[in-house]
Design a protein around this ligand. Structure first.
Ligand SMILES: *[C@@H]1O[C@H](CO)[C@@H](O)[C@H](O)[C@H]1NC(C)=O
Ligand SMILES: *[C@@H]1O[C@H](CO)[C@@H](O)[C@H](O)[C@H]1NC(C)=O
Ligand SMILES: *[C@@H]1O[C@H](CO)[C@@H](O)[C@H](O)[C@H]1NC(C)=O
Ligand SMILES: *[C@@H]1O[C@H](CO)[C@@H](O)[C@H](O)[C@H]1NC(C)=O
Length: 478
């Protein structure tokens, strides 16, 4: 008895502390140091041009070096702030297009949709697709944009009716001995419908299979389907089906084309299933400095450099929209405080390498914003910037402690957002720095996990076991 009385004050204060943790008292919130100088976006200042990215083979997996798109677009540093704004405007129009595609496909709502519908592909993101890798097609190096949200891989082809300028020499099928046309009476040609939303069309010679992928922002690629030898870091795929683009328009940043990592039969993942088992993963590098990430084809996890175990959540089946990857967001914690919102766990959330900023349904966004402001208090606020409306003037600070952000997925999977993915610099002097998460307009729209919040994570897309894995990893290629 005497012991209990002696320790009563201690027990009471422990109880007090425990209760307060739940209430989010400041001294118990989880925070991370955010160094403003380190994460300030400097752009492509010291990189002259877009060199081919490296690749290697390791234990049956292929590892492709992956760089941020800015690496390829030197000379734009003077207009950085304008560029940052444009990127968000593009990100917004892309997300709107995605929403209307998903809505149409899922028949959630039919009113308000005009006749001029967007195609089933997600390619509106072309301005914002940010990551590139280099592959060898017909023994030529081709640097392409990586897209997990579309299926057809395509390359600009000579002779070209209309091509944008690219860094690599343009691909010439006529002088490649391993190139063959895909005929229009084949099932491969028919698979275009599911992969791109547009059926393949017989060419004027009634032989070639013509494709078109048009994107909501006015970008498009048109041409014919071909087969070619594809070398992915030393793993050769014969007769790889791709789009030989003869008429291409859009902001593809000097890349030769695009690699489609979606889910239908035409995607690179499906076509390489016998080599890589339908599994790929990436680590998206943060943009400060000349940092590389990796795109790994194949499921041998021993080649990853993750520092925490991979935990898997299941892909939510979405038969109407079979080329996208959906998962189930069940919660978010800010600084260790679990948020309450009606919008969790309701519909699938899309994960995408092409959207920049994560979009949350309004109820979830509101909860994130409120809790973040509560914990990140005492800092001068700044006006909103484009789609971002939780902004601060941090120009007087060298570093700040910011609350951590954790996403929870079905199956008790927890993903810590890297500190580099928390703030977006609207002004380079840090006088307008914004929480890098945005709200959707309606509660019935589909949330999207953008690439900004996927940095320094190993994200594993396992199509065989229909699951997605996450682990922490500081990205590097070597
Ligand atoms: C492709 O680029 C890599 C890396 O720079 C280089 O080693 C390789 O020789 C190039 N291959 C061809 C066919 O040009
Ligand atoms: C497709 O057309 C080619 C050329 O006319 C013909 O040789 C081939 O048998 C046809 N294939 C099918 C599956 O009909
Ligand atoms: C998400 O997971 C929760 C909890 O397991 C479940 O109740 C809910 O139905 C799931 N939502 C979807 C869209 O699968
Ligand atoms: C931001 O804060 C700094 C000092 O902390 C101040 O000098 C500056 O005027 C502020 N900038 C804006 C745009 O409010």
């Amino acid at each position: 008895m005497a012991g209990v009385t002696t320790f009563l004050p201690l027990i009471l204060s422990l109880l007090f502390l425990l209760l307060n943790v739940g209430n989010g008292v400041h001294c118990f919130e989880e925070k991370k140091v955010f160094n403003l100088k380190k994460f300030q976006w400097r752009g492509p200042s010291n990189v002259p041009s877009c060199q081919p990215q490296k690749s290697r083979k390791e234990n049956g997996a292929t590892i492709l070096e992956m760089k941020h798109w800015d690496y390829c677009s030197a000379g734009l540093a003077k207009d950085l702030e304008q560029k940052l704004q444009k990127r968000l405007v593009a990100d917004d129009s892309r997300v709107r297009s995605l929403q209307s595609q998903i809505r149409r496909a899922a028949f959630i709502r039919t009113e308000g949709l005009s006749a001029a519908q967007l195609p089933l592909t997600s390619g509106i993101k072309l301005q914002t697709l940010n990551y590139i890798v280099t592959v060898e097609l017909g023994s030529k190096n081709m640097t392409v944009i990586v897209d997990t949200g579309s299926d057809l891989t395509w390359i600009q082809c000579d002779p070209c009716k209309s091509c944008y300028s690219q860094q690599d020499p343009i691909f010439k099928p006529a002088i490649s001995p391993s190139y063959r046309s895909v005929l229009c009476n084949t099932s491969t040609c028919q698979s275009l419908k599911l992969a791109t939303g547009n059926s393949g069309v017989c060419g004027f010679d009634q032989m070639t299979c013509n494709y078109v992928v048009s994107y909501g922002d006015g970008s498009y690629t048109r041409g014919e389907l071909g087969r070619e030898r594809l070398d992915l870091g030393g793993v050769v795929v014969e007769d790889f089906v791709f789009g030989c683009g003869r008429n291409n328009k859009g902001l593809f940043g000097g890349a030769s084309g695009l690699m489609g990592l979606g889910r239908t039969e035409l995607s690179l993942v499906s076509q390489t299933r016998s080599k890589f088992g339908g599994v790929f993963s990436y680590c998206l590098p943060s943009t400060e400095g000349d940092v590389s990430g990796s795109l790994t084809l194949g499921g041998d996890s021993s080649v990853y450099k993750n520092s925490t175990p991979i935990s898997y959540t299941k892909m939510i089946p979405n038969p109407q929209f079979s080329n996208f990857y959906f998962l189930n967001l069940t919660g978010i914690s800010i600084g260790g405080v679990a948020l309450e919102a009606s919008g969790f766990a309701r519909a699938g959330m899309l994960i995408d390498s092409g959207t920049v900023i994560t979009r949350l349904v309004p109820s979830v966004y509101k909860a994130v914003r409120t809790e973040f402001l509560k914990q990140f208090s005492g800092f001068p606020s700044a006006p909103g910037f484009s789609i971002l409306n939780t902004c601060f003037n941090l120009s007087g600070f060298g570093e700040v402690n910011i609350p951590t952000m954790k996403m929870h997925f079905e199956g008790d999977v927890q993903v810590n957002v890297d500190v580099s993915g928390m703030f977006y610099f609207a002004k380079l002097d840090a006088s307008q720095v914004c929480l890098a998460v945005a709200s959707l307009t309606y509660e019935d729209e589909i949330g999207i996990i953008g690439n900004y919040q996927q940095k320094n994570l190993r994200v594993v897309y396992d199509n065989e076991q229909t699951r997605l894995g996450f682990a922490e990893e500081i990205c590097s290629f070597t």
